[in-house]
Ligand binder design. Structure first.
Ligand SMILES: *Cc1c(COP(=O)(O)O)cnc(C)c1O
Ligand code: SF4
Length: 320
């Protein structure tokens, strides 16, 4: 018997697993394939074609619509890219994209349309960049999902930062606590957990999870967050505001409370970046502000995320 892959790469297989009739659309957009981890898929309600978690990962015809104002580089990354995979937009913070891999393909992702440039020898380029950028105090791992890197590659990048006196903070943006938690399993010596734990003894380590809906949180994520917290790692969350997924005050309120239950503080609630093929997820600013007011009334202040948008050329995220 062959071991089952931890991913669904075929919609047909996913729909069989969810006990749903096969969808009409096979691959809506060949530029961004279908992918979802079995772990995430197991949190989708069976036989429910309208499940919010399914909506996050299901390719649809709407992705092929050309909508004015939606483009392949919505946040001006090309302009801020120092070299492939290394960006600086904001003061003191360098953002690196050491991999294009993810544990699932979120259909609303703003990086979905990005050309997959060769990263070459990323480690040595990163080392050189860091050494010639004395103003950098924080290195932000983004992607892709940086925790999908092979262990040795992730270890080498972190080790480079630990050697650098100027960097105070390592920040990891990742969706794995809710999508592919095995990479953070504290009981598995080959997971990435020990690398983060060790780093947290020498620098500040911040993990920014990406959870959009309370159903994504489960016993496994609670366990992962507990171990990370005990290792001294600061836990934050960012969400994207998504039509048909979490554009409701009840859902956003429940999400904040459930994150806090698991030791995670809400950080950002993002208005969607206008990437080609994501217009059907858009929530208007007027509706977003109304939702923000409603959740402010329902939550303690420290559980209200900052509603922001990324605007190309600005020196920080822009509050709405
Ligand atoms: C969002 C972002 C950051 C981090 O911004 P914070 O407001 O500190 O969370 C850094 N660099 C780039 C390129 C970004 O897009
Ligand atoms: S995990 Fe993040 S980078 Fe990967 S597809 Fe989802 S939103 Fe995009």
């Amino acid at each position: 018997m062959t071991k089952a892959s931890p991913f669904f790469t075929s919609l047909k297989d996913l729909f069989a697993f969810l006990e749903l009739p096969e969808p009409a659309v096979q691959v809506a957009n060949s530029r961004f394939s279908f992918l979802v981890s079995r772990h995430f898929a197991s949190k989708i309600e069976k036989k429910n074609p309208n499940d919010p978690l399914l909506r996050e990962i299901l390719p649809t015809e709407a992705e092929n619509l050309i909508v004015e104002g939606f483009s392949d580089d919505p946040v001006g990354d090309a302009e801020s890219e120092l070299e492939p995979g290394i960006l600086q937009k904001y003061q003191g913070r360098m953002l690196i994209e050491p991999t294009f891999s993810c544990s699932l393909h979120c259909r609303f992702c703003f990086r979905r349309a990005e050309p997959r440039k060769s990263l070459g020898d990323f480690l040595s380029r990163f080392r050189a960049r860091l050494n010639s950028s004395p103003d950098i105090q924080e290195v932000i791992f983004s992607g892709g999902d940086p925790l999908m890197l092979p262990r040795a590659n992730f270890d080498a990048l972190v080790a480079t930062i630990l050697e650098s006196a100027q960097v105070k903070t390592i920040r990891i943006h990742t969706r794995t606590p809710v999508t592919f938690p095995q990479v953070l399993d504290a009981a598995d010596k080959n997971s990435l957990f020990s690398i983060l734990k060790n780093a947290a003894q020498k620098k500040k380590v911040v993990l920014v999870a990406h959870v959009d809906h309370p159903h994504e949180l489960d016993k496994k994520s609670a366990e992962i967050f507990r171990e990370l917290s005990q290792a001294g790692i600061t836990l934050l969350n960012q969400s994207a505001l998504l039509q048909g997924v979490n554009d409701s005050a009840e859902i956003l309120t429940e999400l904040s409370f459930k994150l806090f239950d698991q030791g995670v503080l809400p950080y950002y609630l993002h208005q969607l970046d206008h990437a080609t093929g994501v217009a059907h997820f858009e929530v208007s600013d007027a509706r977003a502000l109304q939702l923000l007011q409603e959740i402010r009334n329902a939550l303690p202040g420290y559980l209200v995320p900052r509603l922001v948008r990324e605007i190309a050329g600005e020196k920080s995220k822009t509050p709405i």
